[in-house]
Design a protein around this ligand. Structure first.
Ligand SMILES: [Zn+2]
Length: 317
């Protein structure tokens, strides 16, 4: 099961305990479903790739409206394919559609389409969360890309067709510190990439279990990234050490071959280091200091090696 499906299952099968929240949830789900027809008879359609979820939607509407005629789940057989996955469709028409839309505050008691998120929903913290949960269940997706701990590793997206609903929804989230973005070329799609925002959103819509799973995943990924960073760092250090040793050896060989009197013509402190390095090409600078019995500090060692390299350089031409 994908993380998005896990969140939807948790909400539909576990959350939504209060009646007020179930109606707010339904309101969000219908708004997020994207197709609402009022002109030629009232109706709406909710699409989903999980049969279990679409049946649960049908059940909630049936319970809510106490009607079953006009609520139809179209199975995978006749459903269209969406990116290779079967799509299940819930079609609600006639009396249950009108009833559900009125209960959800999308239609006024007089049967007129209302604007934005109903005030009752906006003003109640539990219901605003439930509305957002409904939107996510109907139109949301959440992807986890392998391996990355923070930016780029997570992607949350919701599609909200109606401008007023989208603005109301963004405002509700903003009041809870959750900022979703949208691109100019696709203003209907709201998205978030950062782990913090996505985790906050998942908690806000009431998927507590999924929230903890996300937290665990984040910690695991962070630990892996840190280990990787350490290992890259070690590799870098090794490469630099080999590089330095090679430079030293080139200089020492030049001195040995081209300087009058060879290595023995060097001052004693340099001679000891040069000889030790020549005999131990793969040793670290710390090991060279130990092997040469010089009790040099790191900077003392570096200083002498630089002098050897300078002498070597001067013998090049
Ligand atoms: Zn509520």
């Amino acid at each position: 099961m994908s993380i998005a499906e896990a969140i939807k299952t948790e909400i539909l099968f576990g959350g939504l305990k209060k009646t007020c929240c179930r109606l707010a949830f339904l309101s969000g789900a219908i708004r997020g479903a994207g197709s609402l027809t009022i002109s030629c008879g009232v109706g709406f359609v909710i699409e989903c790739t999980s049969e279990k979820l679409i049946e649960k939607f049908a059940e909630i509407i049936q319970e809510d409206t106490a009607l079953s005629e006009g609520i139809e789940v179209i199975g995978a057989g006749s459903a269209k394919k969406q990116s290779g996955k079967a799509v299940f469709v819930l079609k609600v028409e006639g009396a249950p559609a009108t009833e559900a839309l009125k209960n959800a505050g999308i239609l006024s008691p007089q049967g007129e389409l209302t604007n934005g998120i109903p005030n009752l929903v906006k003003q109640s913290a539990c219901c605003a969360g439930a509305f957002s949960a409904g939107l996510f269940c109907a139109s949301g997706s959440l992807f986890l890309k392998d391996g990355e701990a923070n930016s780029g590793g997570y992607f949350l997206e919701l599609s909200v067709a109606d401008d007023t609903v989208r603005n109301d929804f963004s405002e509700c989230l903003k009041q809870n510190g959750i900022i979703l973005k949208s691109r100019a070329e696709s203003p209907r799609r709201l998205y978030a990439k950062g782990f913090e925002t996505i985790a906050d959103f998942v908690q806000y819509i009431g998927a507590q279990k999924a929230f903890f799973e996300l937290q665990d995943l984040f910690l695991l990924r962070s630990a892996k990234n840190e280990a990787q960073r350490q290992s890259n760092c070690d590799t870098g250090n090794l490469a630099r050490a080999i590089d330095a040793s090679t430079k030293q050896l080139v200089a020492i060989n030049l001195i040995s071959k081209r300087m009058k009197g060879g290595l023995q013509a060097l001052p004693k402190d340099l001679y000891i280091l040069a000889k030790t390095r020549l005999e131990n090409p793969e040793s670290s600078s710390k090991e060279i200091v130990e092997l040469s019995n010089t009790a040099l500090t790191k900077s003392g060692f570096n200083h002498r090696m630089r002098r050897l390299i300078e002498i070597g350089e001067s013998l090049k031409s």
